[in-house]
Ligand binder design. Structure first.
Ligand code: ADP
Ligand code: MG
Length: 245
């Protein structure tokens, strides 16, 4: 057997998936009517993968991201995250998982308008890092990595949409999470900024090895990711991997 084959085998045995979902459903009740937002999702995502979740509005993308982000729990089914079962955890354990292991990026950027770029990133470290100087140094390093070393003192209102989303990415990376979960992150960006944002994510994935999951209804955005999962009416309709990434 060649060395390459041995390595492949070892990898497939030792590398447990980051996420393993089995029969996951999520039902909401709206004005007495049940809405089946997710209808039996079976899914494995490996560490270090970059995955897009594509689907039209209302297909269940945000609902699935909220489950993956430990912001919500399934109605039925099982979710393993890094080997831990999420569906029976207490709120305090889920809060801890979210703050240590998951970085979120949103369509609206969600920066604090009265804080500078540097302060927006630094404040996300408050629960973990008590030294003000260390928070500041790490915020500067991350903002430099996303190409914003010349914007440290700027308020969000004086940054472009593309720049604000890069601050949000720096903030999401600050506690060295296992996974970045991004819900329509390019929804408020033009196509040039969207392309630059996706290229930046790709760089950061390579640099930090972080897993990235992006919900989008934009075909161009999804085409940047190696693995594309399509959702229709709360079910996975296709799941494809492209080798040319
Ligand atoms: P997407 O992000 O793909 O646009 P969502 O996951 O937001 O889709 O929504 C999927 C379905 O679940 C939609 O029919 C939506 O109306 C419904 N839904 C989502 N969240 C709630 C909620 N909190 N209460 C009631 N219905 C909801
Ligand atoms: Mg959504």
């Amino acid at each position: 057997m060649t060395q390459a084959l041995i390595n492949d085998n070892q990898e497939s045995i030792s590398e447990a998936p980051l996420y393993e979902l089995t029969g996951v459903t999520r039902t909401f009740t709206k004005s007495g009517v049940a809405v089946n937002a997710l209808r039996g999702i079976d899914l494995r995502i490996a560490r270090g993968e970059t995955v897009s979740l594509e689907g039209p509005s209302g297909s269940g993308k945000t609902t699935l991201l909220q489950l993956l982000g430990a912001l919500d729990t399934p109605s039925t089914g099982h979710i393993l995250f890094a080997g831990r079962s999420l569906e029976n955890e207490s709120d305090s354990v889920l809060t801890d998982i979210r703050s240590r292991e998951i970085g979120f990026v949103f369509q609206q950027f969600n920066l604090i308008p009265t804080l500078s770029a540097e302060e927006n990133v630094a404040i996300a470290m408050v629960p973990r890092e008590s030294s003000h100087d260390k928070r500041k140094a790490r915020a500067r390093t991350l903002l430099t990595q996303v190409g914003l070393d010349h914007r440290l003192g700027h308020l969000p209102s004086s940054l472009s949409g593309g720049e604000q989303q890069r601050v949000a990415i720096a903030r999401a990376l600050v506690n060295s999470p296992e996974v970045i979960i991004a819900d329509e992150p390019t929804g408020n960006l033009d196509s040039t900024n969207a392309g630059e944002f996706m290229a930046l994510l790709d760089d950061l994935q390579k640099q930090f090895g972080v897993t990235i999951i992006i919900a989008t209804h934009d075909e161009d955005v999804a085409s940047h990711t190696r693995r594309r999962i399509r959702i229709r009416d709360g079910s996975i309709s296709s799941d494809t991997k492209h080798s040319d990434h």
